[in-house]
Design a protein around this ligand. Structure first.
Ligand code: FMN
Length: 238
């Protein structure tokens, strides 16, 4: 049982186990009956298997030159290693930019936690990601009359930027704090009714050392855990 739980430690199975341990002893035997314990174990196994099959977060990945990527590639490795992550690499899926809108919308409908994983290009997302936003977050589906599909989901931008953190400031190279450039991306998600999770940014991506990259990966792993376990807002379907 320890092995089962440690391989996929989800809240549901933990709750069932907790109930099993907290349950009063059998009135006649004075102990937990074998049949009852067996039933609980079956429920635990079912919960664990179900959770393993069900992706917990959808990663929309857009990098125009993945073979040349160093930073996003490493961040991607961290994210896809999480149990239950579904990855959609847009430049691979749609080399001709002909996005299957229905497939993308269906993917979004499946999961509550959504990650946009991209490098920063011209103070925004790369062209394919912008095209995906234009096509997929459609009127009447994502916003406007009847556009409720994304309401209550949580969105997180995980990105890399060539510019260093100090260079994103008044009187420096990029003239504004990085958050100013985040705002249009954030507002896009919010306009569709999604909750916004503070972005994870790796600055100075061109000169980052291996040690710094390892540190960034470790921090991302921790933040990802928080992202995945954060409670959904009231009234949101799991
Ligand atoms: C077309 C293009 C535009 C870019 N624009 C920006 C920018 O606006 N701000 C910035 O900090 N870095 C910018 N960069 C640098 C990228 O963010 C950087 O190359 C990337 O984050 C490195 O990640 P990777 O190792 O995964 O490719 C740009 C790079 C390219 C190719």
């Amino acid at each position: 049982m320890d092995k089962l739980i440690s391989t996929d430690c989800h809240k549901m199975s933990a709750k069932i186990l907790f109930q099993a341990c907290a349950c009063p002893p059998h009135p006649h035997s004075g102990a937990l009956s074998a049949a009852r314990a067996h039933r609980w174990l079956l429920r635990v196994a079912k919960a664990v298997t179900t959770n393993r099959r069900k992706p917990l977060m959808l990663i929309i990945h857009a990098h125009p030159r993945p073979s040349q990527s160093r930073v996003i590639k490493r961040l991607q490795e961290v994210l896809v290693a999480q149990p239950g992550a579904e990855l959609r690499s847009l430049y691979e899926l749609y080399p001709d930019f002909d996005i299957d809108v229905e497939a993308e919308q269906q993917a979004l409908l499946r999961w509550q936690k959504i990650i946009w994983l991209t490098p920063v290009h011209w103070y925004s997302v790369p062209a394919m990601m912008k095209h995906w936003i234009d096509q997929v977050l459609a009127l009447g589906w994502a916003y406007g009359h009847g556009g409720e599909a994304l309401r209550g989901k949580t969105c997180w931008w995980v990105c890399s930027a060539g510019g260093t953190d100090p260079a994103y400031a008044l009187r420096e190279m990029h003239r504004r704090p990085f958050q100013d450039y985040v705002s249009p991306v954030e507002q896009t998600a919010r306009f569709c009714g999604m909750n916004w999770w503070s972005p994870f940014v790796v600055h100075g991506a061109h000169d980052i050392t291996e040690q710094e990259l390892l540190q960034a990966s470790a921090t991302l792993e921790q933040r990802c855990e928080e992202f995945l376990t954060a409670a959904l807002p009231e009234g949101t379907a799991p």
